[in-house]
Design a protein around this ligand. Structure first.
Ligand code: ZN
Length: 342
């Protein structure tokens, strides 16, 4: 089994992977030569609202993948690889992970990773002719009783179904995996002696979040710069209530404010997550800890770029691309010093 570090070393020389990858630096290059705007396929001419046409659409979509030889990978092959990288048993009980849309025997020549499967990303998947989308955030996360064009999720799922595009999400299984998002963040922050923050009984190396030690302690601002640099974050928020010199750090990608207490109990002076509630910031103050919020998107998106590279190594017959339409809807603008008390 290839480890995350080896994959990062290999990725620069791989011809089967379309994205040059490192945390904080990425590029997406389409080999399809299709060009054109992602939105150009949108509109009524690209949609089918006729039930009779569904079977026809599926047939056409599946034939697009044929004729490339008997060795073409299937959705099942991709699922198997993803389950090796992020065993579904690691997912939280409330999560919705695994193959969420499509047939396991569909052929796949191109897959695309993304953080969130929005309408823009779904349109991009169709435009780029991919057969499978690996999204970190699951579709159908909340149970649905109807799928219509009245909701974004309904439109996304119908578009993908009529185009024969399968969808897989590993979500919290990938957060917690041996080479998953939190492990990657911990390594890129320069932590050593890394272990799970919420370790599993019997195997403390597995579990949610990560914590570790900076071999060479860093000043708070130096550490913030490192967090922003390795993730490519445009902005970072922080609560500077812990020691000025940072040594023991815990990490929880996404919205993991609940892990702050675990980090405190484990003796960490600093906790890094994507986003947290105001009261988590207050809690950090009262616990005398540094809290760093680098944004939900920045805390998880780089790992989806890396996942495309990893899949390109593990499934060399596939084109593995990263969504170019995946984006952080939040922007920041600073108006410092205007609020009394600041
Ligand atoms: Zn997330």
């Amino acid at each position: 089994m290839i480890g995350g570090r080896e994959i990062r070393e290999l990725v620069g020389v791989l011809s089967g992977v379309e994205s040059a990858v490192s945390f904080g630096m990425e590029s997406c290059v389409s080999r399809s030569g299709k060009g054109g705007s992602i939105g150009s396929g949108l509109g009524e001419s690209g949609e089918s609202n006729s039930r009779e046409l569904w079977a026809g659409h599926w047939g056409i979509a599946r034939e697009m993948g044929k004729g490339k030889g008997a060795s073409m990978a299937t959705v099942s092959d991709v699922c198997r690889t993803l389950e090796e990288l992020a065993p579904v048993g690691l997912a939280e009980s409330w999560d919705n992970v695994g193959l969420l849309l499509g047939h396991r025997n569909w052929e796949v020549s191109t897959l695309m990773t993304c953080l969130t499967l929005t309408e823009r990303v779904a349109a991009e998947a169709v435009e780029r002719g991919v057969q499978m989308v690996i999204t970190h955030h699951p579709i159908l996360f909340r149970s649905a009783k109807r799928l219509t064009d009245e909701t974004a999720e309904g439109r996304i799922i119908m578009k993908l179904m009529t185009s024969g595009i399968a969808v897989y999400s590993a979500h919290t299984a990938f957060d917690s995996a041996t080479a998953g998002i939190n492990q990657q963040l911990a390594e890129h922050f320069g932590l050593t002696e890394i272990c799970a923050l919420r370790g599993r009984q019997g195997d403390p190396s597995l579990g949610a979040g990560r914590m570790g030690r900076l071999q060479n302690p860093l000043g708070r601002e130096e550490f913030l710069d490192r967090v922003a640099t390795v993730t490519g974050a445009d902005w970072v928020q922080w609560v500077a209530a812990g020691p000025e010199v940072i040594q023991r750090v815990a990490v929880g990608c996404g919205a993991a404010g609940d892990f702050l207490a675990d980090a405190a109990v484990a003796g960490c002076d600093t906790f890094v997550t994507g986003e947290a509630r105001f009261h988590t910031a207050i809690e950090a103050e009262s616990r005398g800890m540094n809290l760093v919020l680098l944004g939900h998107y920045a805390s998880e998106r780089p790992a989806m770029v890396e996942l495309a590279a990893t899949l390109g190594v593990r499934l060399p017959d596939l084109r593995c691309v990263v969504s170019a339409q995946d984006r952080d809807p939040l922007q920041a603008r600073l108006y410092a010093g205007r609020m009394p008390g600041r």
